[in-house]
Design a protein around this ligand. Structure first.
Ligand SMILES: O=C(O)[C@H](O)COP(=O)(O)O
Ligand SMILES: [Mn+2]
Ligand SMILES: [Mn+2]
Length: 547
């Protein structure tokens, strides 16, 4: 793993700082673009005065099934830190389903066999949309079809409503056709019902230990059938919308009941499949089902079930113990080489993106490669309501970083500012514009520190989000509601993202390649070069060319 010196690029005296502005891309539209609307003197200066180019951050450029798939943090950080394109979870599950390998696997057979032997119930829990970021409804439907073919007679669904990777009030577009499908199953003698649910930002899908209460609410709803009762998911969604104007991701928890009894509590002897493939928001609920020692909340009577995730979510801690599809193998990411060569590294973000710059960046590994040379810093995030606090913890992150850069504590620094993404997901345009302005101030502070230290600052992003805060129709017009108000867009975008090289100690050694198809996976090779090394062969080509 020895790194070779670069033939013509020499390491600067100061650190290489890779700054990921989560969710900030370049949109072709102006209306609804919070990045364009924001006052960004520092980013403007960088664009005018430094070498820069857009990078692809979506679809096949980051290992997703097609170029219609928007990028996301997992695949984006995997591509940046891994420096290559690997087939990602969504694609691996598609293949495992289309070849039938998933159903031939030991775990599917075990869970299905368990239900048939005991005449118990098969439960599915997961994000209920076709967003393709954490899950896909096609995967769920393929598994239900197989369960039907295998003669399973009782199936229950615990649905996490999305509105964050898909349109913000689209829940019924998924629920109503699904209910029709369930009607056809019921007519065949399969008891198949939606049993519980709620918005994905209210229950079950917390990440990085930011808000365990969410998981507790989900547990009580799905497992114990505790919560406000409705005759159907449709009734719950409509009622919550009418009562409080909730958008999908924040819908409160609900339980579907008949004669006052929940239709689908999870009981001992049942099988449970958590069908999300992405790890960050799947780990905590998996621990709740699996761990004997569990300090995070009181689970009450924990049913003895066969539990499986769609994938292995954490390859270091082996969560969950049983899974249906093997996760993508991202061997030898950039930091493994840097650690093996004793190159010091600092990774920093706030809780909401902490795992992005550590776990995802290192190919879904939660540990460090070498404790002696790696520092991971987490600044605790506020809980919820990021449109109320669009500044999030950006200032605190930079407060930590400025002295670390000026003192050149580690040669390679990576930081993720969550604001463009987390505030972008709220659909609040004004808050998103403010989020970008906050981030711009931090970029200015990093520029000053990097200049002082004679280092290099790379500014990029993992995918777009706040660059499109409104939905557009096929003709490119903003979609408007009856009141004429623009329809908010809460999801990521397909847009390209910035890549800027601020190199105040420039020796005019290189220019930035203009190759059109370049994407996030070309950043790692570039970082190696700026640290004075040639990138090993496993990495995609660098973006730096000899002048
Ligand atoms: O989990 C989320 O918040 C969204 O589905 C995707 O956002 P991220 O990929 O930026 O984390
Ligand atoms: Mn992101
Ligand atoms: Mn996001």
């Amino acid at each position: 793993m020895i790194l070779d010196k670069h033939p013509f690029i020499t390491q600067r005296p100061g650190p290489v700082v890779l700054c990921i502005l989560d969710g900030v891309g370049y949109s072709d539209h102006t209306e609804g673009d919070a990045y364009k609307a924001a006052h960004t003197p520092n980013l403007d200066w960088l664009h005018t005065n430094c070498q820069n180019r857009p990078l692809n951050a979506h679809g096949t450029h980051v290992g997703l099934p097609s170029d219609a798939d928007m990028g996301n943090s997992e695949v984006g950080h995997n591509a940046i830190g891994g420096g290559r394109i690997v087939a990602q979870g969504a694609k691996l599950v598609n293949t495992a389903l289309s070849t039938g390998a998933l159903f031939e696997g030991e775990i599917w057979r075990k869970l299905s066999g368990n239900v048939r032997e005991k005449s118990s119930t098969l439960h599915f829990i997961g994000l209920f949309s076709d967003g393709g970021v954490h899950s896909h409804l096609d995967h769920l439907k393929a598994m239900v079809e197989q369960a039907r073919k295998e003669g399973i007679k009782s199936i229950r669904f615990h649905i996490l409503l999305d509105g964050r990777d898909v349109s913000e009030t689209s829940a019924l577009d998924y629920v109503l056709p699904f209910e029709d499908y369930l009607t056809s199953l019921n007519a065949e003698g399969v008891s198949a019902k939606i049993a519980s649910g709620g918005g994905r930002m209210t229950i079950t899908m917390d990440r990085y230990g930011a808000e365990w209460d969410m998981v507790e609410r989900g547990w009580n709803t799905h497992v114990h059938g505790e919560g406000r009762q409705f005759a159907s998911a449709e009734e719950a969604i409509k009622t919550f919308r009418e009562e409080d104007g909730f958008i999908d991701q924040y819908l409160p928890a609900f339980v579907v009941a008949e004669n006052g009894q929940p239709v689908g509590r999870i009981c001992s002897g049942d099988s449970v499949i958590f069908y999300n493939f992405r790890g960050d928001r799947s780990i905590e609920i998996s621990q709740a089902f699996e761990d004997d020692e569990f300090p995070n909340f009181d689970r009450g009577d924990r049913p003895d079930v066969e539990y499986s995730g769609m994938m292995e979510y954490d390859g270091d801690d082996h969560i969950p113990k049983q899974y249906l599809v093997a996760p993508p193998a991202i061997d030898q990411p950039m930091c493994e080489f840097l650690s093996a060569n004793g190159v010091g590294q600092l990774a920093i973000s706030e809780t909401q993106k902490y795992g992005h710059v550590t776990f995802f960046f290192n190919g879904n590994r939660s540990g460090k490669f070498d404790d002696k040379v790696e520092d991971f810093i987490e600044i605790p995030s506020d809980v919820g309501g990021y449109d109320l606090r669009p500044w999030m913890k950006a200032v605190e992150i930079t407060d930590y970083l400025v002295p670390a850069i000026c003192e050149n504590r580690q040669p390679f620094v990576r930081v993720n500012y969550a604001n463009g993404d987390m505030v972008g997901h709220t659909g609040n345009f004004n808050a998103a514009r403010m989020a970008v302005e906050v981030v711009d101030v931090q970029v200015g502070r990093l520029m000053a520190a990097v200049k002082k230290a004679n280092g290099v600052l790379l500014v990029t992003s993992d995918h777009g989000n706040c660059d499109e805060m409104f939905e557009f129709d096929k003709k490119g017009e903003v979609k408007r509601g009856e009141n004429g108000k623009a329809k908010a867009k809460t999801s990521h975008t397909l847009n390209k993202v910035p890549f800027i090289v601020y190199d105040p100690a420039s020796r005019n050694e290189f220019s930035l390649s203009e190759v059109q198809d370049a994407g996030l996976s070309h950043i790692a090779g570039t970082v190696f070069n700026l640290l004075g090394f040639q990138a090993p062969d496993v990495f995609n080509r660098t973006l730096l060319e000899k002048k």
